[in-house]
Design a protein around this ligand. Structure first.
Ligand code: 3HC
Length: 317
């Protein structure tokens, strides 16, 4: 069977909406695209824990602390599912982590912004996890089986993340004038980086065409960004907050909210490592990895001992 036939067979399976599994034949480009995207997604989840960790000891009540702790633990789990999905494609965990620690790997640029007030915990849950839900629900139908299945559980947990964030902001907006201003200030700082989460405009997205053709991506960056815009504006109205976009305007013809130009220079600058917190985030991840070395060594030693005992028992039997 020639590569051409294999490619043709593969694309017929994609067209038939079949799930591609790790042991199935797949084009190298498909494998590489998935490893790239899943690794970036996994890195985003574990780096995404850092801005919120700052507020576990500053939560205003035990209930808020418990919800924030649960959310951060969920993000760690999301990262683990996704690293495992990347490993089914032949990626090495240590290599992926090294690429993160040396700044070679990308993760969502939004996590390179600082969390300055408690309202940021609300904005992150409401906006960042809200954007993540819109981006991740279609991934539940991704053509690669392990990625799609990981997303089903992730999306269930993201819904809780988004709701607890919105509730934090609703509480502040129903509070004192200072609390409402704190919520507005947070929206002002997190709005545009949230819109950037969906990636560059379709015309500037080098990966989208192949990802859409092979049903890794089900909708384009701009389609999902528009869904986020249309869903979030009414929520901001309920909060009584103003989205910081002077060009925001309801379009009677399209039935969507038109929004202003995104600052792609800022986006590229942050992606290239020049954001306010890039160095801090990578340093924190590297320290966590180094501090966890003894745990990995102990788990490996234990697994080896168990294998040795199993083979000794087999010999005796
Ligand atoms: N931050 C950093 N880099 C970004 C980015 C962002 N917000 N958006 C795009 N990029 C990068 C891409 O990785 C790509 O670079 P690469 O080729 O070196 O990997 C380049 O910009 C061009 O973008 P493309 O649109 O061509 O790339 P993709 O086709 O991969 O689309 C994406 C980008 C929509 C983010 C896609 O990768 C995706 O859906 N990823 C999985 C979901 C994800 O990562 N979600 C956000 C973070 S997870 C999260 O927030 C969870 C929450 O619970 C904390």
């Amino acid at each position: 069977m020639t590569i051409l036939n294999l490619e043709e067979q593969f694309m017929n399976r994609i067209a038939a909406d079949e799930k591609i599994e790790p042991k199935d034949w797949m084009p190298d480009k498909y494998r590489k695209t998935l490893i790239r995207q899943i690794a970036q997604h996994a890195h985003s989840e574990i780096v995404g824990m850092l801005p919120e960790a700052n507020y576990i000891s500053r939560a205003p009540s035990l209930r808020r602390k418990a919800a924030l702790l649960a959310k951060i633990q969920d993000e760690a789990g999301h990262g683990l599912y996704l690293y495992c999905a990347a490993e089914t494609l032949g990626a090495e965990r240590d290599t992926l982590m090294d690429e993160l620690h040396t700044g070679k790997a990308k993760y969502s640029s939004i996590f390179n912004y600082p969390t300055l007030t408690w309202a940021d915990m609300g904005a992150i849950g409401w906006l960042v996890d809200g954007a993540a839900i819109l981006n991740q629900v279609p991934l539940c139908k991704c053509s690669f089986g392990p990625y799609a299945r990981a997303m089903v559980r992730v999306c269930k947990e993201e819904s809780f993340h988004q709701r607890q964030g919105f509730e934090i902001l609703l509480t502040l907006c129903n509070g004192t004038a200072e609390q409402k201003q704190m919520a507005q200030d947070s929206l002002n700082r997190w709005w545009w980086p949230s819109m950037m989460m969906f990636g560059p405009n379709d015309a500037d997205s080098p990966n989208s065409e192949y990802s859409m053709k092979t049903k890794i991506k089900r909708f384009s960056n701009d389609e999902l960004r528009q869904r986020f815009m249309d869903a979030t504006k009414p929520q901001a109205d309920i909060l009584g907050l103003t989205i910081p976009d002077p060009d925001l305007k309801w379009n009677e013809v399209t039935g969507h909210w038109d929004y202003g130009e995104i600052n792609w220079e800022e986006f590229n600058n942050v992606v290239q490592g020049n954001g306010p917190c890039n160095k801090l985030r990578v340093k924190a991840r590297k320290e966590a990895w180094d501090n966890g070395k003894w745990v990995r060594e102990a788990a490996t030693a234990y697994a080896a001992k168990r294998e040795q005992r199993k083979s000794e028992t087999k010999q005796v039997a």
